[in-house]
Design a protein around this ligand. Structure first.
Ligand code: SF4
Ligand code: SF4
Length: 177
């Protein structure tokens, strides 16, 4: 595990419960301009984040493959969808197609690059969904991802700092604890 990911794991272990409680508060009592704040914070987060030094999402999570993903990627690999599914995927209890293994079979573990980047699943292209609207509809996603993704962790940290620091006023005018 890289130094960066070791540090991240320690931060998660220390902050997970506090962050999840904070996200629940935001979900139940969102600041009026929450979606706009998310856009501003997203820019800051990506200015400070290098995914090629991380790849923890590809190492520890699985994307969900849509039918279009299956069509596009299997064609790119000169496989049938059936062959692609049999080689790498399983259907979960909700009927979604997921990777059997982690790290993802398409991750180059030396360079942290995706070998099917141009045709990667939509889920990967949009991960970690920081500016998806409404943000309150994605809080459950952020609660899960904050344990895996340093960018999500940073986003929550920054949102907490703004709200707790009084830079963003919540409707009730009370700081989050
Ligand atoms: S398809 Fe590519 S971007 Fe998606 S999890 Fe696998 S390696 Fe990562
Ligand atoms: S999206 Fe998050 S987990 Fe994935 S590589 Fe970037 S910072 Fe790491």
């Amino acid at each position: 595990m890289s130094h960066l990911l070791k540090k991240f794991a320690a931060n998660v272990s220390e902050s997970r419960s506090r962050f999840r409680r904070f996200l629940t508060r935001v979900e139940n009592n969102p600041p009026k301009e929450l979606d706009n704040y998310a856009v501003a914070i997203d820019k800051e987060v990506w200015a400070e984040t290098d995914c090629l030094a991380c790849s923890n999402c590809c190492r520890t999570m699985t994307p969900t493959y849509t039918f279009k993903d299956l069509q596009r990627i299997s064609k790119h690999l000169n496989m049938t969808i059936k062959q692609f599914k049999e080689k790498w995927l399983y259907k979960d209890k909700d009927g979604d197609w997921m990777n059997v293994n982690t790290p993802c079979q398409f991750l180059d573990l030396k360079t942290n690059m995706c070998s099917i980047y141009e045709v990667r699943p939509k889920d990967c292209a949009e991960f970690p969904h920081l500016t998806k609207r409404k943000m309150t509809d994605y809080i459950h996603v952020h609660k899960q991802n904050v344990q895996h993704c340093p960018a999500t962790f940073k986003m929550v940290e920054k949102l907490m700092e703004r709200i707790n620091g009084g830079k963003i006023l919540v409707e009730q005018g009370e700081p989050y604890k």
